[in-house]
Every structure is written in C-alpha cells, then in structure tokens.
Design a protein around this ligand. Structure first.
Ligand code: CA
Length: 235
C-alpha cells in the first residue's frame, strides 16, 4: 500500500501553525502527510512508517534537525531518504546543507507554502530520474557509456577499473545528493567483507587523479561521505 498509494511525507516541525500550513498545502497536492514535533519522534517514525520524503525543521526541541539529518544519513537503512530542511537564515543554509548535513534541499523561513510544494515536487522528480538509470551520462567534459563500459573526457577514453567505474556511475546517477561511505560501499562493493569505508576514500582519490576536473565537482561532506555537484542531464 505504501509503495502504490499516494506518496507520504513526514513533516517535522514543533511550531503548530507552520506544521498545519505545510500539511494543508501538501495534502492539497495529493500527498499524504505524517507529522512529528520533535527530533526523537521523527527518528522513531521514520523507522516505523518509512515516509517517501521528509520536511525537516532545523530548530527542534531535544534533538535539532541537524542531528536528525546526520543520524539518518549515517544509517544505511535511511541514508537515501530525501530531506528538505527548513532553515532560518539563507546565508547559513548553503554551508549546512552542502557540507555538514546531507539534506537534499532547503527552504528558508519565512517561506511560501507554494515554494515548498514546488521544491517537494522537484525533489521527487530528481529521485525518479535517479531510478531510471540512463544508458549514457554527460557531465561537463565527461561522457559515460554504460553499455560499452566506456568513459571519455573531451573525447579521449579514460581507463577505469570496475570499481572506479561503478563508483563514478553511482555518483553520476545520484548527483546533487550526499552519498555516505556506507551507501557507496553497499552499492559498489556489495557484501565484500574485506573492504572498509577507507576503501571508498582511496577510490574517490584515484577517480580524481584520472579525471582531474572531478576535483572541483566531488565535494567531501564532513564526517559523512561525498557529493557530486548537480550538473548536466543524462545524454
Ligand atoms: Ca521549529
């Protein structure tokens, strides 16, 4: 029922007025909503109810949104759940979202509910795009052909190992999202017991050596993992 029915969005906000407003607008768009008013409640509900997306306020009692987000990203079971943060100041948001927290997008308070709904829709579209893996990616000077197992920059072929190829494909597919080391290990290395999260760092370094333009494109996210800047669409 959860997968076939309307998408379910968890709203985490302790200010009743904002919660009600957000809920009203999201339900008007056909989404189902769940709500939590503290970080601890949110974590519990995410585990039990598996929402499709979370609208998470930064300022919460007990445990703030930053901590909730970090915990979700650190747990492979919840690491990929889309999160939109509600933050107080625009200038803080870029740093918090991009480099510390691992949220997918943010909206600065005070916000218009319509703008939030637009962000929610855009994020769902991004998730759908990531699910249908294209046969080919174009990203800056790079093209990646999955069927041919071929990577080129400016038309020149670059030889990658199977794991480097897998890692690059995963980063491209989920560009714009924070991928934790655990998620990358799980998706690229599977259940190989001999690898540790350090393996991911080593391979990211090698990818950057072989494809130097990635030095600016792959962001290291403090204590979490990596993020490839959002860019060109699948070719
Ligand atoms: Ca709040």
């Amino acid at each position: 029922m959860a997968t076939a029915g309307p998408r379910r969005i968890l709203i985490v906000e302790d200010e009743r007025d904002i919660l009600d407003l957000v809920r009203l607008y999201l339900e008007k768009e056909g989404y189902r909503t769940l709500s939590a008013s503290s970080g601890t409640d949110a974590l519990r509900m995410i585990k039990s109810d598996r929402p499709d997306l979370i609208v998470l306020d930064l300022m919460l009692p007990e445990m703030d949104g930053l901590e909730v987000c970090k915990r979700l990203r650190a747990d492979p079971q919840t690491a990929m759940v889309p999160i939109i943060m509600l933050t107080a100041k625009a200038e803080e948001s870029d740093t918090i979202i991009g480099l510390e927290l691992g949220a997918d997008d943010y909206v600065t308070k005070p916000f218009s509910p319509k703008a939030l709904v637009a962000r929610v829709k855009a994020l769902f579209r991004r998730m759908e795009r990531a699910q249908e893996a294209p046969a080919r990616y174009a990203y800056g000077p790079l093209t990646m052909d999955l069927a041919r197992h071929e990577v080129k920059t400016d038309g020149e072929e670059v030889k990658l190992t199977a794991k480097e190829f897998g890692l690059l494909e995963h980063l491209l597919r989920h560009r714009g999202r924070v991928l934790t080391r655990e998620v990358l290990l799980d998706s690229v290395w599977g259940y190989d017991r001999d690898v540790t999260t350090r393996t991911v760092d080593v391979h990211v370094r090698r990818l950057k050596q072989k494809l130097p333009f990635l030095n600016d494109a792959i962001l290291s996210v403090k204590s979490l993992g990596y993020k490839l800047k959002d860019g060109d669409t699948p070719a």
